[in-house]
Design a protein around this ligand. Structure first.
Ligand code: 5AD
Ligand code: SF4
Length: 440
């Protein structure tokens, strides 16, 4: 038997990309075995993100770092996939003469044949996006797969065309997978010992809408019936958050009480310019209804500051929305003009200093809100699924509550992958600390 070759993947961006990288490992295994060391690899792939300019720039500096390695190791294949590859296509091969292979989020499934071409010495670029694309079902178990957590794609692409966002151009139109395919992957994951499943898509709550088959709430119920211990999903669009879906948080026991609901701005005027299709009041109304149904739900969000023409008044509306909603955590970004998008062509682009000053103000305000939200858990005993050793302190282990809060705790045993009870003793802005409760 010929020994396997080795593959090293560097992933940028969102969980969708993390998941695509995992799918690449599955597609190429066992011909290619994963390695953590790029110097050992026969194939290095960069799975790229183009959501903001900063993310795109990282790709060029990272590719440059592998140029030397390529010069030393003639057979090494260097490929670029993901959203920057989709956006730039052939231009990447022209800009980076040492790159062998360029592929997009759909054509990654052609990698086995694309690699054969590259191994023959051809430079290959395949980045078409098809509307009739069928996301393949892959259940191959690879050595680096997470043993107890799994991401499963339920839909790909986006039809929303928020005016700032490049995703619809690089990931294509929304395509939902048939429910049978998703359930087959979930069942296999459960059989392999996976406890926590996260359903992934750019806009999961419009699942099945276009195809006119089952809707997202029905899919959640069917996945829950497969014996999953914890179920999560991301990302949701507020306009598609229905009463039926909100009720799922009460009716489906394994569905964790956490919703990531990107608001982007607290100003109705800016939301309209962003083409978000909800007002500030509609968003807040949905949050109130959700909390009425499920008071313990934790909410997180994404925000963009410095969208073209954002005034001080608009910004103040964002700050007041944050005070009103009280998120557990948020992710805030400086607006970054992206290729193809309508917002990039708007007048009144804001200077970087102003965007950064607004971003800093939000981060500081949210620290206080997060800490207060976390303090509500002091003295409570919560269920934690243990991820592993804490990244901050190797004498501690870390896990997540159902509400997605990070909890650190001391223990003499390796409890990775176990679901345990912890009593919360300290609250910080990004995490909690607690004491392990001995069962019995
Ligand atoms: N500039 C800044 N942030 C952006 N996002 C998407 N596009 C842009 C952009 N052009 C943010 C949004 C989205 C998150 C994934 O990235 O907040 O929810
Ligand atoms: Fe981008 Fe809007 Fe689609 Fe999200 S919903 S991926 S922000 S276009």
């Amino acid at each position: 038997m010929t020994p396997s070759k080795r593959i090293h993947i560097i992933t940028f961006g969102c969980q969708m990309n993390e998941h695509d990288s995992q799918r690449i490992f599955q597609l190429l295994y066992p011909a290619y075995e994963p390695t953590d060391n790029p110097a050992d690899a026969d194939l290095i792939l960069l799975n790229t993100c183009s959501i903001r300019e900063k993310a795109e720039n990282k790709v060029y500096s990272m590719a440059g770092r592998f140029r030397k390695l390529k010069e030393q190791k003639k057979d090494l294949i260097l490929g670029i996939g993901g959203c920057v590859a989709q956006q730039e296509g052939e231009r990447l091969l022209q800009k980076l003469p040492y790159v062998d292979l360029v592929f997009g989020p759909q054509t990654l499934y052609n990698l086995p044949s694309l690699l054969q071409e590259a191994e023959k010495g051809h430079r290959v670029c395949r980045t078409e996006l098809r509307q009739d694309f069928h996301i393949p079902t892959l259940t191959t178990h690879t050595p680096n797969a997470h043993p107890f957590q799994r991401f499963i794609t339920i839909m790909q692409g986006c039809d929303n065309f928020c005016s700032y966002c490049v995703v619809p151009y690089v990931r294509g139109r929304e395509i939902s997978r048939p429910m049978e395919d998703i359930l087959a992957e979930v069942k296999e994951a459960v059989r392999q010992g996976v406890k926590e499943v996260t359903l992934l898509g750019q806009n999961v709550n419009s699942y099945g809408k276009k195809e006119g088959r089952s809707n997202f709430a029905q899919l959640l119920r069917a996945v829950a019936d497969c014996g999953v211990e914890r179920l999560r999903f991301m990302t949701s669009h507020p306009k598609d958050l229905t009463e039926e879906l909100m009720r799922c948080f009460v009716e489906i026991h394994c569905l964790c009480e956490h919703l990531h609901l990107p608001v982007q701005s607290g100003s109705t005027r800016i939301l309209k310019a962003m083409n978000r299709r909800y007002t500030r009041e509609e968003y807040i109304g949905k949050v109130h209804r959700l909390r009425e149904l499920c008071p313990e739900i934790s909410l997180t969000t994404d925000l963009i500051v410095g969208f073209p023409s954002e005034t001080e008044e608009d910004f103040q509306e964002t700050l007041s929305l944050l005070q009103e909603v009280q998120y557990e955590q948020l992710f805030v970004f400086n607006y970054s003009p992206r290729p193809f998008t309508t917002a990039a062509r708007l007048p009144h682009q804001l200077p970087l200093e102003l965007k950064t000053a607004r971003l800093t103000q939000i981060v500081e305000m949210q620290h206080e809100i997060s800490r207060k939200r976390h303090e509500r858990l002091l003295g409570k005993t919560v269920e934690v699924l243990v991820d592993g050793v804490s990244s901050k302190d190797i004498s501690e282990m870390a896990g997540r509550t159902r509400g997605n809060h990070v909890v650190n705790f001391k223990t003499a045993d390796d409890l990775t992958g176990q679901t345990i009870n912890i009593t919360i003793t300290e609250a910080f802005c990004h995490s909690l600390r607690g004491e392990l409760q001995i069962k019995g």
